[in-house]
Design a binder for this molecule. Structure first.
Ligand code: GLU
Ligand code: MG
Length: 467
């Protein structure tokens, strides 16, 4: 599929006629309204909806929404930057018709992700989806590189009837346990049915480690589609959970202790249809470029954490020896290094080989996270950054001197430390552009200030049902 062009007032070529036909089709299927979705800087998915009959107008002229949401916090408080957060102005939301999906678990509704432009028809520099589209398009135009990406989705399933904001796990059966699968049999079958109807290619669905935790993974897609899909998957999981009297939390840490919910990001870099992570002269079949891509990422991980783990709750999850990958190290199939090299099984390596970035959670805006991870990797390629030695076993076991000698650093232990590293990272800030980079800093500072008086349990409670 050719890359999507930016929306323009009047609509992208062909969209008006397409929306006309689509609106009729959707109405005939019983669809009443369309959810127009985007993710804000804080990682919250914000929506507007329009009735089916307005789809044509929406693709031509967009749907209005204030830019103020770019500096909303997860608790809906508003912070400001030089250019964002004021009550003035308006943006137009343009649905991407290629990604419009009839929602299987929300009868009467369809869903589409949007790009946002100004009323004058310019790119909105705070639009994270436009940012990721730009990063991906530039990589192809300048370097002939394309990507395949996937975002794993972990969630904690609680009972909706639990009092207040409490988390009462929907099952206390063992991790990966058959009992857990049996207890939630109808629920998980309904989930799979919804994804089948929505043509979301589920790879796996399994009971995870923490109480009430499940995980779903999907096939690899181009990065923008992968980010869209992660938003759609969460919308669907929430809707199916709701029908069962259950409540899904994608918060990095539903409670202050123990294993949290990750949003591990899988990524591979390709040139002319060839996977650079396989068949090369480097370690585990990586090409030199793939090695440098990983090295570039490792170098910038502390700063990247401000984007991939953007919530105060993220730092309750980012603890050693909990498979969240909190050390700047890589290893083949190592679940404690920040980057796990996945070679794939013999016979499938040229298709499957990829890297997994673990210190990513689902409070992260997936468009920002993927765009920044790709920018960091590309910078590694551009500067031919050498890949350090592999770390086997848990890097937490390295004695401090050895870790220092091998360049293995602990990732930031708080959001404010991550923001400090991000502020210093000129390359990442330039990739995002000043508007988005400043929004990232302001929103993270706002989140930090909003929990200043809370202990860990209070932080977990504050964000439990926000993501
Ligand atoms: N739940 C773990 C995390 O916080 C990940 C477990 C796994 O490797 O799937 O990232
Ligand atoms: Mg998992």
């Amino acid at each position: 599929m050719p890359p999507l062009v930016d929306p323009v007032p009047g609509g992208r070529t062909g969209d008006h006629a397409r929306a006309h036909a689509l609106a009729h089709e959707l109405s005939a299927q019983g669809v009443r309204g369309i959810v127009l979705a985007y993710v804000d800087t804080a990682g919250i998915c914000r929506v507007k909806t329009v009735p089916c009959q307005r789809l044509q107008s929406a693709v031509a002229w967009g749907v209005g929404m204030s830019p103020v949401f770019d500096t909303f916090l997860a608790n809906d408080a508003i912070v400001r930057t030089d250019v964002l957060g004021s009550p003035d102005g308006d943006l137009r939301l343009y649905p991407d018709l290629d990604r419009l999906v009839v929602l299987a678990a929300q009868p009467g509704w369809a869903w589409a992700p949007v790009d946002r432009i100004t009323q004058e028809g310019d790119r909105h520099p705070g639009c994270s989806r436009t940012f990721l589209r730009r990063i991906v398009a530039d990589a192809e135009a300048r370097h002939g590189l394309t990507f395949k990406a996937g975002i794993e989705i972990e969630w904690s399933l609680g009972r909706a009837a639990a009092p207040g904001d409490e988390f009462a796990p929907a099952t206390t059966a063992p991790a990966y346990g058959a009992t857990r699968q049996i207890e939630l049999s109808d629920y998980t079958a309904d989930l799979l049915a919804a994804f089948e109807k929505q043509e979301v290619p589920v790879a796996q669905l399994h009971p995870e480690y923490a109480p009430g935790q499940f995980e779903l993974s999907t096939g690899a897609l181009d990065p923008v589609a992968a980010a869209d899909q992660s938003v759609l998957v969460r919308q669907t999981i929430r809707a199916v959970s709701h029908k069962y009297g259950l409540r899904a939390s994608f918060s990095p840490a539903v409670t202050e202790r123990g294993v949290g919910n990750g949003g591990h990001l899988h990524l591979s870099v390709w040139r002319h249809g060839v996977n650079l992570h396989s068949g090369g002269e480097g370690r585990y079949g990586m090409t030199g470029e793939a090695e440098s891509f990983v090295a570039g990422l490792l170098t910038r991980l502390p700063a990247l954490t401000a984007v991939t783990a953007p919530s105060p709750a993220s730092y309750l999850r980012l603890k050693p020896s909990q498979w969240a990958g909190v050390f700047t190290a890589w290893g083949r199939e190592t679940r404690e290094t920040a980057i796990r090299i996945v070679t794939g099984t013999s016979g499938h390596q040229s298709q499957d080989a990829n890297l997994e970035v673990k210190p990513v959670d689902l409070a992260a805006n997936p468009y920002l996270a993927l765009g920044c991870v790709i920018a960091a990797g590309l910078d590694g390629i551009a500067s031919a950054t050498p890949l350090p030695e592999e770390v086997v076993d848990d890097p937490a076991r390295l004695i401090p001197d050895e870790a220092v000698a091998r360049g293995v650093r602990r990732l930031p232990t708080s959001l404010s430390h991550a923001v400090d590293a991000f502020r210093e990272d000129e390359m990442l800030r330039a990739a995002l552009g000043p508007v988005l980079a400043d929004a990232v800093v302001a929103v993270r500072e706002g989140e930090t200030a909003s929990v200043a008086d809370l202990d860990d349990a209070g932080v977990a409670t504050a964000y439990r049902w926000k993501y």
